[in-house]
Design a protein around this ligand. Structure first.
Ligand SMILES: [Zn+2]
Length: 277
């Protein structure tokens, strides 16, 4: 008797699909993803200790742009980035030179990403699998390049759904049922115009399968006062996450809850739908 490929493969496919569904954990309420952009000195010299104290995961998005080479007093070194990795934190890709990626060709963006991957390898850091768009600028070409290069999750900004003051803002909660995993919105980023009330608001959005995505820069941000967060305020924010019983993770840990292969056909459709609302 001959068995067709269909009779053999369908039950197999079904069991594989079930396996995948079983492997994913349900998204808990108050799930928070923490990210720190731009290699600020405070990443290693203040933030890491506060996070460790609470047992929080986080991603440090590294770039050699901005003042990385010229303003060493305000930025961490590759040795310190390697220490963050050894402490168990995720090192994410934030490009070599912190450009507006919408102005780059595919090849230029690939070179920007590859540079950071090489530097990570040189310092014993595993290849980054998540990305943060520099200055929050993004387009479909960049999404396609990230996918080609094996990136699983990427964070954009609060807009176009929410207005961006440029110095801290609220944004949408990440909805894995709809959002493209390479266009994850920022639910809140710290700056002079963002504070405790905005953090509490962000946590209230993190329910029914939605996730709060938080972005910080320096604590303090010595070079970029418009995204500054004061150390005392930061301690209070982290204490609130602890007191509220939040699950606080690095971006890569989203893979426990979200299948990054599940993507909308039109990457920007969920964003347009939200803007319409
Ligand atoms: Zn940045």
């Amino acid at each position: 008797m001959r068995l067709s490929i269909l009779t053999l493969s369908f039950p197999l496919l079904l069991s594989l699909a079930n396996e995948r569904a079983r492997a994913l954990e349900p998204v808990p309420d108050k799930l928070v993803v923490l990210g720190f952009d731009d290699c600020n000195k405070s990443d290693r010299h203040f933030v890491a200790e506060v996070l460790k104290k609470h047992g929080f995961g986080a991603t440090f998005y590294v770039t050699e742009g901005l003042g990385f080479h010229s303003g060493k007093g305000h930025y961490i070194t590759w040795e310190e980035i390697a220490e963050l990795h050894k402490m168990g934190f995720e090192i994410g890709n934030h490009t070599k030179s912190h450009p507006n990626v919408t102005r780059l060709s595919r090849e230029q963006l690939k070179a920007e990403l590859t540079h950071i991957e090489k530097r990570c390898a040189e310092h014993g850091i595993i290849k980054p699998t998540t990305f943060a768009f520099p200055g929050f600028s993004n387009n479909l070409r960049a999404v396609e390049v990230l996918a080609e290069m094996g990136y699983l999750f990427a964070r954009r900004g609060v807009g176009p759904e929410y207005p961006d003051s440029g110095s801290g803002a609220r944004g949408p909660a990440y909805d894995p049922a709809h959002d493209h995993p390479l266009l994850i919105p920022t639910t809140g980023y710290a700056g002079p115009k963002w504070g405790m009330k905005d953090l509490q608001w962000a946590l209230r959005q993190a329910k029914d399968g939605k996730i709060a995505i938080l972005c910080f820069h320096g604590v303090p941000a010595l070079d970029h006062p418009w995204v500054n967060c004061q150390p005392e305020a930061f301690k209070k924010y982290m204490q609130l996450l602890k007191d509220e019983g939040c699950t606080v993770i690095a971006m890569r840990e989203l893979a426990r809850y979200v299948d990054p292969k599940k993507q909308p056909k039109d990457a920007y459709a969920p964003i347009r739908a939200r803007v319409k609302k």
